[in-house]
Design a binder for this molecule. Structure first.
Ligand code: ZN
Length: 256
């Protein structure tokens, strides 16, 4: 019997950024949840290619998106959103960076909220509050909540591991705490898309390629540290938690 799932992507969150951000909830995520600090993302370690791989469980050479510019794929495959839609489940996306609209086909998400993070302060918190309101009202089966300020206002503006970057990670972890406490019956998966170094990312350096992931589910032992995890494992894991069938083309594995 599947459960409802919230997937949170914290853009550009490095494992050491998570560990040093100073939010006390990080400890809970490592003792009460299962986690890894050594998962590998895909190359190029760039936001749209990585999110396409997160949702479609194939590397960029298969989905064809290798930059932040979306091109309709030659051989399209279903992703997380399409699998939920085909199962007649209710799904929703909350995001602060416009190109992410292309991680699912038009009309696939039942509900979508976009705020331009560059034009407003506190976009990550605002999107989280709007997601909380929506989940309370509509009880969707799958919610994707995407935090961009860590990358845009932290990493790119001030530098990876800078004070401002760590501040935005601490805020994003607050948002995770908020949904975790508000919705104890949901399974929660938290991941990054890539890391970063200096004021950029996209290379094959370990700082760009290594990401943390966290899983709040009874199906994994509390405090368990997972090994050999890939970004491609997110979609199969989310779909398994929801009790649905993965798309046949997916290359990752379920972690539960
Ligand atoms: Zn990114």
């Amino acid at each position: 019997m599947g459960k409802k799932v919230i997937l949170v992507s914290i853009d550009g969150m490095r494992p050491d950024g998570f560990l040093q951000c100073g939010n006390p909830f990080c400890k809970t995520m490592m003792t009460d949840w299962a986690y890894t600090l050594t998962a590998k993302t895909v190359y190029p370690s760039v936001t749209l290619p990585c999110h396409m791989s997160m949702f479609h469980s194939v590397p960029p050479e298969r989905h064809g998106i290798t930059t932040n510019l979306y091109m309709p794929p030659v051989r399209p495959i279903d992703g997380i959103a399409e699998v939920f839609k085909q199962a007649k489940k209710k799904n929703a996306i909350f995001y602060g960076w416009e190109p992410l609209r292309d991680i699912c086909r038009p009309g696939t998400m039942k509900h979508g909220v976009y705020h331009n993070a560059l034009a407003h302060e506190d976009t990550d918190r605002r999107l989280t509050e709007e997601a909380v309101d929506y989940i309370k009202k509509e009880a969707p089966d799958f919610v994707f909540l995407y935090m961009v300020e860590t990358d845009e206002k932290g990493g790119h503006d001030a530098g990876w591991m800078s004070e401002k970057y760590l501040h935005h990670i601490a805020v994003a972890i607050d948002c995770v705490k908020r949904v975790s406490e508000e919705f104890p019956d949901y399974e929660i998966v938290v991941t990054a898309d890539h890391g970063g170094h200096d004021r950029c990312h996209g290379s094959d350096k370990p700082e760009d390629m290594t990401i943390p992931m966290f899983f709040k589910t009874d199906r994994l032992e509390a405090g368990k540290e997972l090994t050999d995890v890939s970004l491609l494992d997110i979609a199969p894991t989310v779909i398994e938690l929801a009790g649905l069938e993965p798309a046949p083309e997916w290359e990752g594995k379920s972690l539960v």
